[in-house]
Ligand binder design. Structure first.
Ligand SMILES: Cc1cc2nc3c(=O)[nH]c(=O)nc-3n(C[C@H](O)[C@H](O)[C@H](O)COP(=O)(O)O)c2cc1C
Length: 196
């Protein structure tokens, strides 16, 4: 796919519209090479990727259900089962987090988060370039220390989200995008000087 066509064609696919096939292990590594191209202040390589597939998705769902029960002890059984089923919507889930290195003044945690977000976007574009669909989702479990610990994160680390991956089943509609000009301004200097 031509590069601009790829970038201008990417859109998220709802998790429930993702089906087999998924990228195999070699393809996943190839896709992640794009993540290694993300801008990365201090070359800290903060990004981490965790494959969750097969039965492990059910175990992730159990974590989500437990998380909801802890947050909302009065949650109805149907809500808990809905939370449990979330990772089962797509055949492959990849948790992404920023492993935060503390104490580096010139690369504060927010910059490490930005690098990981850029890596994630590169990965979403690479998946699209290869014909796969994906969507990044978060939700309250991302901010639940027990969920983070179960996935192997330390409290200082930031769980960016869960990328659901598969092949689009063709039911997702295309989306209108805003005109970039709405978001673009030109700066001519501080207001008092710009008027000169
Ligand atoms: C940090 C982050 C968290 C997100 N969390 C969710 C989520 O929990 N559920 C959801 O449906 N979409 C979530 N989204 C939005 C989707 O990833 C996606 O961007 C959105 O559906 C719009 O689709 P598009 O990527 O085609 O513009 C999140 C996006 C970001 C950047």
């Amino acid at each position: 796919m031509e590069a601009m066509e790829c970038l201008l064609g990417r859109q998220s696919t709802p998790a429930g519209s993702l089906v087999e096939p998924v990228p195999d292990d070699d393809e996943i590594l190839n896709i992640l090479e794009s993540a290694m191209r993300a801008p990365d202040h201090g070359a800290l390589r903060p990004w981490r990727f965790l494959l969750i597939r097969g039965a492990a998705r059910r175990r992730l769902g159990d974590l989500f259900a437990d998380s909801l029960r802890r947050r909302e002890p009065a949650a109805e059984a149907a809500e808990i089962e809905k939370a449990r089923g979330k990772p089962l919507r797509a055949p492959l889930v990849m948790a992404i987090w920023a492993e935060i290195t503390e104490g580096i003044a010139k690369v504060p945690p927010v910059e490490q988060l930005v690098a990981t977000a850029a890596a994630t976007q590169n990965m979403l574009n690479a998946l699209h370039a290869k014909g796969y669909g994906a969507i990044l989702v978060t939700g309250a479990p991302c901010y639940d220390e027990a969920v983070k610990a179960a996935l192997g994160l330390a409290a200082k680390d930031h769980l960016l989200g869960f990328v659901h991956i598969g092949t689009p089943n063709g039911t997702a509609a295309g989306k209108q995008r805003p005109a970039p000009a709405e978001f673009l301004r030109e700066w001519h200097g501080p207001a008092e000087l710009a008027a000169e």
